[in-house]
Design a protein around this ligand. Structure first.
Ligand code: AHR
Length: 494
C-alpha cells in the first residue's frame, strides 16, 4: 500500500503539556500492596517501596500520577492513611469488595511519587464526603499556616507542604457503580462549591471536574453540559475516561479503536466550547483524559474473586501485541488533540491494567504496552505537529472508513529531533511511505523502532519477559510500516 506522508514545520498543533504522559495508581487489587509497596521484599527501601518497580516506572518518565482512585476514592477518608501506622484503621473497602489496611496513604504516597520523579494528581471524595473534607485535605497537603490540618501534617513528620497542584473533584460521579452516585445537577453544584473552597485554601491549584464515565453513558453530553453550566468559572478541566478492548476477537476492528477515542475528544471539546459561548467566558476548559487504556482481558476472572481479601489480584489484564499497537495508537490520538488534551493518565501503572507487573515476593516484568508508552513518553516532548496522510481506509464490524495509517510528529524543544509516531492498522498489508518533510531540510532518519510481529496474540509473562519487545529496523531509503504495527521514527538534524 503506497502511503504519502507530509510533515510541514508550520503545522503546529500545540506545545505538549508533559502531563499528557501521566498515569494512575489506585488502592485496588495489587497496585499498592504487593505492587509499589512490599516492605518484606528484597528490594524494599527504607519506607517499604519496591525499588525494582521504581526503576521500571522511572524508565517510563511519568510526570504525574493520579491517586488514590478511581472508584476507591468515593468511599475513602483520607485521614485514615495519615500518621502513626499502628493506629490506622483497617476498613471494608466497598468499591472493590476488599479490605483496606491503610498502611499506605497520602503521607507515604507523596514521598514515593518524589522517589519516582512524579507529581501527585490528588482526587477528593465527593461520593460519601464533600467540600469540607476536600478543603481540609488541601490545607493538609499545601498550606504553610499554623492551623489545624497543616499542623497535623507537621506532627506526622512533614514540615514542608506536599505542593499538590492538580486535583480531581471526585471520580465517575455519573456511574451507578460509584459510591455516592450523583445526578448531573447535583454533582455540578457540589463540584462548584467544593472547587470554591479548595481554591480559597490554595488559589494556585488546578481542578478537574468529572465528565461522563465514558461516551457509552446514556447521559453523555447532557452530563458535561449541566456540570459545566454549574461550575464553569471554578474549574479548569473536564475529565474523560475510556477503555478499549477486543471482546469479540475481531483484531481488524479492534485496531480502529483510536478513531473512537478521537471522536469522543472532539465531542467533549464541542461541548466545552458551546458552554463557553453560552457563558460569554474568556476561559477555555481543557481536557483531562485521566483514565485511558485497554481493559477487557480480566473481566471474567474478576467475577470469581472472593470478597474481603487484602490486595486480591484484580484487573490483571495480560496484554498482547495487538493491545500494544492500540495503546501506541491511542497515544498518537492524544497528541493529535494536544491543543485541548493537557492531561492524560494511562490507567493504571502497576499490576492493575498495567504496563508493569510484579510477582508478590518475586520479580517484576514489562507487559507489551510498556513499550509504546515508553517510546512516546521519552521522545514525545516539545511541539506536536500535524501529519498529512494519504492512504487507504477499511471498514470492519462497527469500525467504518478507518484510515489505514495514522501518525503525529513531535519537534523537540531544541529543534534537533523530529519524532514521528505512526501506526499501520491494516493487518497483512505493509505501508510503503513516501515522506515529505517540508521545512525540515537536513533532518535525516536515525532510528526506526517498531512493535510488529506475525502473532498479534503473543504477550509477555514472568517466565517469558522478552517474548514481545520492540524491533529495531534497518535504516534504508524505503520506510515500511508492517501491516498491523506501531512505529517510532527518529529524525535528527544534521
Ligand atoms: O481504573 C479502574 C476503574 O475504572 C476506576 O477505579 C474507575 O474510575 C473506572 O471505572
Amino acid at each position: 500500500m503506497k502511503t504519502k506522508i507530509k510533515i510541514k514545520n508550520d503545522a503546529v498543533i500545540s506545545k505538549i503539556d508533559e502531563r499528557i504522559y501521566s498515569s494512575f495508581i489506585e488502592h485496588l487489587g495489587r497496585a499498592v500492596y504487593g505492587g509499589i509497596y512490599e516492605p518484606d521484599h528484597e528490594t524494599a527501601d527504607d519506607m517499604g517501596f519496591r525499588k525494582d518497580v521504581m526503576d521500571l516506572i522511572k524508565e517510563l518518565n511519568i510526570p504525574m500520577i493520579r491517586y488514590p482512585g478511581g472508584n476507591f476514592v468515593s468511599g475513602y477518608n483520607w485521614e485514615d492513611g495519615t500518621g502513626e501506622k499502628s493506629k490506622r484503621p483497617r476498613k471494608l473497602e466497598l468499591a472493590w469488595n476488599s479490605i483496606e489496611t491503610n498502611d499506605v496513604g497520602i503521607d507515604e504516597f507523596q514521598e514515593w511519587a518524589k522517589r519516582v520523579s512524579s507529581d501527585v494528581m490528588m482526587a477528593v471524595n465527593l461520593g460519601t464526603r464533600g467540600a469540607d473534607d476536600a478543603r481540609n485535605l488541601v490545607e493538609y497537603s499545601n498550606q504553610k499556616t499554623a492551623t489545624y490540618y497543616a499542623d497535623m501534617r507537621r506532627k506526622n513528620g512533614f514540615e514542608e507542604p506536599f505542593a499538590i497542584k492538580t486535583w480531581c473533584l471526585g471520580n465517575e460521579m455519573d456511574g451507578d457503580w460509584q459510591i455516592g452516585t450523583k445526578r448531573a445537577q447535583e454533582y455540578g453544584r457540589l463540584a462548584c462549591e467544593t472547587a470554591k473552597l479548595m481554591k480559597m485554601v490554595d488559589p494556585s491549584i488546578e481542578l478537574v471536574a468529572c465528565g461522563s464515565s465514558g461516551p457509552q453513558m446514556p447521559t453523555f453530553g447532557q452530563w458535561e453540559e449541566t456540570v459545566l453550566r454549574e461550575a464553569y468559572e471554578h474549574v479548569d478541566y473536564i475529565s474523560l475516561h475510556s477503555y478499549y478492548g477486543n471482546p469479540d476477537n475481531n483484531s481488524q476492528e479492534y485496531l480502529g479503536s483510536a478513531c473512537i477515542m478521537d471522536g469522543f475528544i472532539k465531542d467533549v471539546v464541542g461541548i466545552c466550547d458551546k458552554i463557553k459561548e453560552e457563558k460569554k467566558s474568556d476561559k477555555d476548559i481543557m481536557l483531562s483524559f485521566d483514565e485511558w487504556n485497554v481493559w477487557f482481558h480480566s473481566n471474567e476472572q474478576d467475577k470469581k474473586q472472593e470478597p474481603w481479601q487484602i490486595a486480591p489480584p484484580l484487573l490483571e489484564d495480560m496484554y498482547n501485541l495487538e493491545d500494544a499497537i492500540v495503546v501506541g495508537d491511542l497515544m498518537i490520538t492524544l497528541l493529535k488533540n494536544s491543543d485541548r488534551v493537557k492531561i492524560a493518565c494511562l490507567a493504571q501503572l502497576v499490576n492493575v491494567i498495567a504496563p508493569i507487573m510484579t510477582v508478590t515476593g518475586g520479580g517484576v516484568w514489562k507487559q507489551t504496552i510498556f513499550y509504546p508508552f515508553k517510546y512516546t513518553s521519552q521522545n514525545g516532548r516539545g511541539q506536536a505537529i500535524k501529519v498529512e496522510i494519504e492512504c487507504g481506509t477499511f471498514t470492519e464490524g462497527k469500525a467504518e472508513n478507518i484510515p489505514a495509517v495514522d501518525a503525529v510528529a513531535v519537534l523537540s524543544d531544541d529543534e534537533n529531533e523530529l519524532a514521528v509516531f505512526a501506526v499501520n492498522r491494516l493487518i497483512g498489508e505493509d505501508a510503503e511511505l513516501d515522506i515529505d518533510l517540508e521545512g525540515f531540510e537536513g533532518y535525516k532518519l536515525a532510528e526506526h523502532v517498531a512493535m510488529e510481529g506475525e502473532d498479534l496474540k503473543a504477550g509477555n509473562s514472568i517466565d517469558k519477559p522478552d517474548n514481545v519487545t520492540p524491533v529495531t529496523k534497518e535504516i534504508n531509503d524505503k520506510v515500511i510500516l508492517k501491516g498491523g504495527s506501531w512505529n517510532f521514527l527518529r529524525y535528527k538534524k544534521a
